[in-house]
Design a protein around this ligand. Structure first.
Ligand code: NAP
Length: 538
């Protein structure tokens, strides 16, 4: 008999997904190792410490459901928690379930090669650590591989240079500084109002305007909190039964079948509630352009009412994509910030950024002298973290080659030719279009059951078949083709924000509840669509 892998399962990542995976697999008696590149737990909440960083899902459901003691004991101070509190929560989870002892921190995985004679994976980290494992579970987040734009001279900027997703651990003081922010995505929309409060002057370099919705963040209401704690079972069940893994009532009416006054009243009511609930107003906001236009009209009117300078207001109104089909940021006074005398909005679509030289950022038609430059240009999303590793499957096939035309996966969980590799919230799963903690728990539970199936049945390898994978890719592509998502040119959902990246919509849009049912059915049918390989004694 050949050598046995050192671990039953290695988990990469110590964010929401990785921590739960390490806990769950450990509880079922598997020998599990966690590898994390940071020096502590937290995942995206470890890295994204920029001012205003906050979750755009409400904390009572953007939290773990797996342990009732945890959800009863933990108290959220805000409706939408800020980064320090979410990081404290994840540290508490690590302490409470004693998870750090299973981790190696400061361990960035450089290579993961499937070894056929071992029936498992050989791993190497950038600091030279090597190990082997029967199964490999990646939980590296969909938005973790940082995107630095290719702007000549940027990295040599002579002032202070920051990326929102690699923010320093010590607070940054912007008082008395001339600050530039590149980007107007969700990170920038959160950071801009906070930086504007401090900076002597803030220049926002906007290439594409975004539709921004209000968060109306506020301290947790004690009565609501008590109600949540008494009703957690029902709240979590509603998340599992919904399209976005959120406890909202689904819409029932088309935006086009109600009167103008009723439509306006509905938008206003959802606007006043705040957050992504806005999209629960009508059934067809993601499928019918005319319906979507009514929502755009509502938000456009808000921008025009709020921003005093008409030229700035016009620049802040998106004109290239329907509302919602690029991830809409939630704000804290974002539009109001452009009324401040110390804030300037610069359109770098009409006059693109040419270079950074010394302290100067130069566009096609002007030069801006800056003390600080904040780069808020997002991520190589969905596939970036996985492809940053040299992943090789059967026959030494590189994942990067397998995905040369875009990601292919069966259920977003398994990849043909890459046995015993499981991707938590992987490409072509609901991932970022579902409430993340619920999505990761669903994936980890499914993987845990699959690992148990392997152990009890003497199954050595689990591998998606090419047929099942191709059918899932086709189903996922077809689902998105029926929506308005393809109308957003440049969205990171398609990989279009990264020059040269192949275009495929990386998220399954068929809805979380239906997807979850499908995963359960696959398992119940003996892991239909997966090839189960017998072990040496099987
Ligand atoms: P993003 O949405 O990809 O936004 C990047 C911004 O940088 C865009 O405005 C983009 O303009 C701009 N940009 C990129 N390269 C540029 C260049 N060379 N010149 C000028 N502008 C450039 O990134 P993000 O804001 O970090 O957000 C990414 C995702 O992370 C969000 O959509 C969300 O899912 C998640 N996130 C969540 C939260 C939360 O829940 N609280 C907070 C932050 C982020 P174009 O649009 O023209 O490309």
């Amino acid at each position: 008999m050949g050598a046995e892998p050192q671990y039953d399962v290695v988990v990469i990542g110590a964010g929401f997904g990785g921590l739960y995976a390490v806990h769950r697999f450990g509880e079922q008696g598997l020998d599990v190792l966690g590898l994390e590149q940071a020096d502590d737990v937290g995942g995206v909440w470890y890295w994204n410490r920029y001012p205003g960083a906050r979750c755009d899902c409400e904390s009572y459901y953007y939290s773990y459901a797996f342990d009732d003691g945890l959800q009863q004991d933990w108290n959220w101070s805000l409706r939408y928690s800020e980064q320090p509190e979410i990081l404290s929560y994840l540290k508490h989870v690590a302490d409470r379930f004693d998870l750090r002892r299973r981790y190696r921190f400061g361990a960035r995985v450089a290579a993961a090669h499937f070894d056929e004679s071992l029936g498992g994976w050989r791993l190497r980290t950038t600091d030279g650590f090597e190990t082997t494992t029967r199964s490999l579970v990646t939980a590296m987040g969909c938005l973790s591989q940082v995107n630095w734009p290719d702007i000549p001279g940027l990295r040599d900027f002579q002032g202070r240079l920051f990326h929102t997703a690699q923010w320093p651990h010590d607070p940054v003081d912007f008082r008395g500084r001339r600050v530039g922010v590149i980007g107007t995505g969700a990170s920038a929309v959160q950071a801009i109002p906070r930086i504007a409060e401090q900076a002597e002057h803030l220049t926002v370099f906007q290439r594409t305007a975004n539709w921004v919705l209000p968060a109306w963040n506020r301290p947790t209401d004690p009565d609501f909190d008590a109600w949540v704690k008494a009703n957690y079972a029902e709240i979590r069940a509603r998340c599992l039964a919904s399209g976005g893994a959120v406890p909202f009532d689904p819409p029932e009416q088309s935006a086009l079948e109600v009167s103008d006054a009723a439509r306006e009243a509905a938008y206003q009511a959802f606007w006043d509630q705040g957050g992504m609930r806005f999209f629960s107003a009508f059934t067809d906001l993601f499928s019918d352009e005319r319906a979507n236009r009514t929502a755009q009209d509502f938000v456009r009117a808000h921008i025009l009412r709020t921003v005093r300078d008409p030229a700035t207001a016009q620049r802040l109104i998106p004109n290239d994509h329907p509302i919602g089909v690029k991830r809409p940021p939630l704000d804290d006074d974002y539009y109001e910030t452009f009324n401040r005398p110390n804030v300037t909005l610069v359109d770098v679509r009409s006059a693109p950024i040419r270079e950074v030289a010394g302290h100067v950022l130069r566009t096609a038609d002007a030069a801006y002298d800056l003390d600080d430059l904040v780069v808020a240009t997002g991520f190589d999303a969905i596939t970036g973290a996985l492809l940053a590793i040299d992943v090789r499957g059967r026959g030494g096939v590189r994942l990067a080659d397998r995905w040369a035309e875009g990601p292919k996966s069966y259920l977003g969980l398994g990849i043909a030719g890459f046995p015993n590799l499981f991707t938590v919230t992987g490409p072509l799963s609901p991932s970022v279009l579902a409430n993340m903690p619920t999505a990761v728990e669903q994936h980890v539970d499914w993987i845990a059951d699959c690992l148990e199936h392997m152990r009890t049945r003497g199954v050595a390898t689990v591998e998606a078949t090419e047929t099942a994978e191709a059918a899932w890719v086709a189903e996922s592509d077809a689902a998105v083709a029926h929506t308005l998502y393809p109308k957003a040119d440049g969205s990171w959902y398609f990989g279009a924000n990264i020059p040269g990246k192949p275009r495929r919509f990386g998220v399954y849009v068929g809805g979380f509840a239906a997807y979850r049912e499908r995963c359960l059915e696959v398992a119940q049918r003996g892991y239909e669509g997966f090839r189960l390989g017998a072990g040496p004694n099987g």
